[in-house]
Design a protein around this ligand. Structure first.
Ligand SMILES: *[C@@H]1O[C@H](CO)[C@@H](O)[C@H](O)[C@H]1NC(C)=O
Ligand SMILES: *[C@@H]1O[C@H](CO)[C@@H](O)[C@H](O)[C@H]1NC(C)=O
Ligand SMILES: *[C@@H]1O[C@H](CO)[C@@H](O)[C@H](O)[C@H]1NC(C)=O
Ligand SMILES: *[C@@H]1O[C@H](CO)[C@@H](O)[C@H](O)[C@H]1NC(C)=O
Ligand SMILES: *[C@@H]1O[C@H](CO)[C@@H](O)[C@H](O)[C@H]1NC(C)=O
Ligand SMILES: *[C@@H]1O[C@H](CO)[C@@H](O)[C@H](O)[C@H]1NC(C)=O
Ligand SMILES: *[C@@H]1O[C@H](CO)[C@@H](O)[C@H](O)[C@H]1NC(C)=O
Ligand SMILES: *[C@@H]1O[C@H](CO)[C@@H](O)[C@H](O)[C@H]1NC(C)=O
Length: 823
């Protein structure tokens, strides 16, 4: 009995020894670490030793997750001094530091503590991934002599404090690797900005800011929305000694990390222990509006339509020509200099990331009202906001001069900013809202006219001719010219009440001619410096497009410095107002929808084949389809259209302009547009009209496909009927609808050469089932999240079925962004 007991003890001791040799978490002064054996943390979470990055022969000393494949390195000691062989040795020296040397005894890395108190320090790898240097008998957290958590590389683990410690002066930030196989510091740094309260986290490339989270406003960073999730939470800790930001895992079983990648993106991952893979939870920057100063000064970036930038109220584009073709970096300037004696006030802009370069008023109890007074007191103050938005709002941020890097947030937020504007802008805003309710088509009309103008301005950029304007110059123009006086009469002398829109190039008015005809008048601002020749060329181009499914330019008016374009007025809204609205959608019976689809197809056929020029529209989407009083569709917005001559089939551009969700893969990725890219957009339109869903925002509880992917899935499963809008009248002839869906899927096929021409499409739609249609192949951009981990789609109307879906990043934005970056 006793023998057995002794044996058992011996066995236990042997086991302990064995364990110590096989996997220990401690290096003692009598030991050295060579290339081979490793330390493993007590709970088997992390491993410390020598490794080589993928596709590299170099050896580095580092920390990675234990038993996670592929090897995920979280920390590197000698990132600047790689070993080119396995001669590395890590051991203690007299002063208690641990030092890594190569075969030639060169020091590649050291713990570098100054305090030379003991030569009996040990290294221990903790379960948090922290490698600590401590006295052998003191394992208390606070007493470490050195820890890897103070010396960040590119990975942020739970428990690491990003920020600044005023006691030690230590600034902790992350620096990207140079490339996936080279851990030496790359150009990107992510960390807390130390320019004073409130705190902000910033991504730099060298010294230039790439992205900022916006200041901490008590509830979060003003410019990012991290939805609550079950895996981790983020905390900001601010006190006299330190400012830091840290992530905490909600359970010991969770593994989460943030990495600043070599290409300048910040990714947060969570380990899925059943599928054994890293799930990407979010990426920063999310979309082009996250890029620092994307729209230039005094503008706001909004992810919605083709044009993401707009000037703040009271400002206009600094260079309308550039602005019109999508070059926004010059931003906007005040329309009139502020005169601080004429009843200016403040306009509230809701749900934004507040601009950079704030001045913090060091009185946290200041109310919003008091903050406003502060701003009003100084004529150069351009905006103010609460610095703490919890409760009623308190504290005060003030801005002087240009407002840089404002974005509208895509999820609800209580962060508002108050802009200083002239008295006129305070009033006109109210009036404009009232008009918007009355005049249904105002926004669509304004967009149409504005983008037509942008064609004009775009061309004129090549050569700005000093305008020399009188109506004789227009005599060879086939288009009717209108007298200034009759336009003035029609619009009640350009009355504010008739104003239906205001854009970068001037206001748009609704008018009525003595004949009763309603018109929309675009009055180009005098300072847009449109050259007469270019103006004429463009007006001629547009005026030659005459088709019942295109919006019509009625004429123009040139007198003195004034130049105006006159369009037919569309009394109804654009298609998007119907198709994405669950009430109005019911008004669209199948017959109407089918007529709209064929109408658009005919309009497009005219552009592609029947007009004197071959025109690629490049921005077909529901908001560019206007509806007349009888719901006939009219294609509008030729702002980025291109005319092709002769046998030209496609063209390449380095500036991809269009609308997310409608652009074809070859256009987004290679900048290649052709009639087939219009066909792709048409296919998206067809599927949207049939389903009543928006491609870009589509989401489904069972998968992460977009509308195209969903339609394709249903098609391959033989369930295509499920795509049909449930709100449509019951008497839908399903074979006709299915035929339409098939045409839609043929149009959105991945390869341009597989897509039909628009004349074939018109023929297919007209053939009433007598023609056997080809089988569609897989669509382009169906965005399966599993196919590419960075492709997330996100829908506001969808219930959030799992906490993972934190943010929106789809392939469109990314490509859009990167192509634009190459410009
Ligand atoms: C490693 O680099 C050293 C100089 O840094 C060089 O002398 C040595 O030959 C290299 N060894 C190998 C195996 O390339
Ligand atoms: C540590 O220091 C003591 C004397 O302070 C010395 O006897 C001992 O050899 C040293 N040990 C090592 C590993 O340097
Ligand atoms: C990152 O931190 C280091 C100190 O650890 C500091 O020198 C550097 O300026 C910081 N980088 C940025 C961009 O703040
Ligand atoms: C923000 O305001 C709330 C409520 O007034 C207060 O409880 C909180 O401490 C404030 N936060 C900061 C960071 O000042
Ligand atoms: C984790 O992986 C499992 C198995 O593949 C999967 O069913 C589950 O949905 C994944 N969890 C998340 C949150 O994606
Ligand atoms: C502001 O307006 C007032 C009254 O219109 C005028 O007298 C004054 O000169 C203006 N000041 C500036 C700086 O424009
Ligand atoms: C902060 O502002 C409030 C209200 O204006 C004032 O009563 C208080 O004295 C100020 N506190 C400091 C420290 O200036
Ligand atoms: C207004 O604010 C600016 C910027 O802070 C400052 O330079 C200027 O002196 C202030 N003017 C007055 C009248 O307080």
């Amino acid at each position: 009995m006793e023998m057995i007991f002794i044996f058992a003890r011996l066995y236990y001791i042997l086991l302990l020894i064995f364990f110590h040799v096989g996997a220990t978490d401690i290096l003692t002064p009598s030991e050295a670490m060579t290339d081979g054996p490793t330390l493993v943390s007590a709970g088997d979470k992390f491993e410390f030793g020598f490794f080589s990055p993928e596709n590299s022969e170099n050896r580095y000393l580092g920390i990675w997750y234990y038993r996670i494949a592929p090897k995920t390195v979280v920390w590197v000691a000698n990132r600047n001094y790689p070993l080119n062989d396995s001669s590395g040795i890590l051991n203690i020296v007299e002063d208690g530091n641990w030092i890594l040397r190569d075969h030639a005894e060169r020091i590649l890395w050291s713990t570098n503590i100054q305090e030379k108190s003991s030569n009996q320090t040990i290294l221990q790898l903790l379960d948090s991934g922290n490698l600590v240097l401590r006295h052998g008998n003191n394992g208390k957290a606070g007493s470490y002599l050195w820890q890897s958590f103070d010396h960040f590389t590119d990975t942020w683990l739970a428990g690491m404090k990003v920020g600044k410690d005023s006691r030690t002066g230590l600034i902790r930030n992350f620096t990207s690797w140079k490339s996936p196989n080279d851990p030496s510091p790359g150009p990107f740094t992510y960390g807390i900005r130390t320019r004073g309260p409130p705190t902000e986290v910033v991504l730099w490339k060298g010294n230039s800011v790439q992205f900022r989270t916006g200041p901490w406003n008590g509830a979060g960073f003003s410019g990012i929305i991290v939805l609550p999730n079950t895996y981790f939470h983020l905390d900001l800790i601010v006190n006299a000694e330190e400012v830091h930001y840290q992530v905490s895992e909600n359970s010991p079983a969770t593994l989460t990390r943030t990495v600043v990648s070599y290409n300048g993106e910040v990714h947060r991952y969570v380990w899925n222990s059943s599928s054994l893979e890293w799930l990407l939870m979010y990426t920063i920057p999310i979309d082009p509006c996250d890029n620092y100063g994307e729209c230039g000064p005094n503008s706001i970036c909004t992810i919605s339509d083709a044009s993401i930038c707009s000037c703040l109220t009271g400002y206009m584009p600094k260079s309308p020509q550039d602005w019109g073709i999508g070059i926004r970096s010059n931003g906007c300037v005040r329309k009139h200099p502020l005169n601080c004696t004429r009843g200016e006030g403040f306009l509230e802009v809701k749900g934004v990331k507040v601009p950079d370069q704030w001045v913090y008023w060091r009185n946290t109890t200041l109310t919003l009202k008091e903050c406003q007074e502060e701003c009003l007191n100084n004529c150069s103050c351009t905006a103010y906001a609460s610095s703490n938005i919890s409760g009623k709002g308190s504290g005060c941020l003030l801005w002087y001069g240009d407002l840089i890097d404002i974005r509208r947030l895509s999820s609800p937020s209580n962060q508002n900013i108050y802009l200083r504007v002239e008295a006129a802008d305070l009033g006109s805003k109210k009036r404009k809202q009232a008009i918007l309710v009355v005049v249904a088509c105002s926004t669509a009309m304004a967009m149409l006219v504005l983008t037509i103008c942008s064609i004009l301005l775009k061309r004129s950029k090549r050569q700005v001719i000093k305008p020399q304007l009188n109506s004789e110059g227009m005599e060879d123009l086939e288009l009717p010219t209108f007298e200034m006086i009759s336009i003035a009469e029609a619009t009640d002398n350009f009355s504010e009440l008739n104003k239906i829109g205001e854009g970068g190039f001037g206001p748009v008015y609704k008018g009525q001619m003595p004949t009763g005809q309603e018109i929309a008048v675009k009055r180009l601002s005098i300072n847009s410096h449109q050259g007469l020749i270019e103006f004429k060329n463009e007006v001629i181009l547009i005026s030659k497009l005459q088709h019942r499914n295109l919006v019509k330019l009625l004429g123009c008016c040139i007198q003195g410095e004034e130049r105006m374009l006159i369009y037919e007025y569309m009394p109804c809204k654009s298609l998007d107002n119907y198709i994405y609205d669950s009430t109005r959608r019911k008004l669209l019976t199948w017959t109407r929808r089918f007529d709209i689809i064929t109408g658009i197809a005919r309009g497009l056929l005219y552009l592609h084949r029947d007009s004197r020029l071959r025109i690629i529209h490049r921005d077909l989407k529901t908001s560019n389809i206007l509806l007349d009083g009888e719901m006939n569709p009219k294609i509008s917005d030729f702002g980025i259209a291109r005319a092709f001559g002769g046998d030209q089939i496609s063209e390449r551009t380095t500036r991809v302009i269009g609308t997310y969700g409608y652009m074809s893969p070859e256009y987004v990725i290679n900048g290649l547009y052709s009639m087939k890219s219009d066909v792709f957009s048409f296919g998206v339109l067809v599927l949207e009209i049939v389903s009543g869903r928006r491609n870009r925002d589509f989401c489904h509880p069972d998968h992460n496909l977009n509308l195209l992917g969903h339609a394709w899935k249903l098609w391959t499963e033989g369930n295509v009927c499920q795509l049909i809008d449930q709100l449509m009248d019951q008497s839908v002839p399903s074979s006709e609808v299915e035929r339409c869906i098939q045409v839609g899927l043929l149009c959105v096929q991945q390869l341009p050469q597989d897509r039909p021409t628009i004349s074939t499409v018109v023929w297919m739609l007209d053939s009433e089932g007598t023609m056997l249609l080809p089988q569609p192949k897989q669509p382009g951009f169906y965005l399966d999240r599993n196919a590419s981990k960075t492709d997330y789609s996100w829908g506001q109307e969808c219930p959030i079925t799992n906490d993972m879906t934190i943010t929106l990043l789809d392939g469109y934005d990314r490509h859009f962004n990167s192509i634009k970056g190459n410009d």
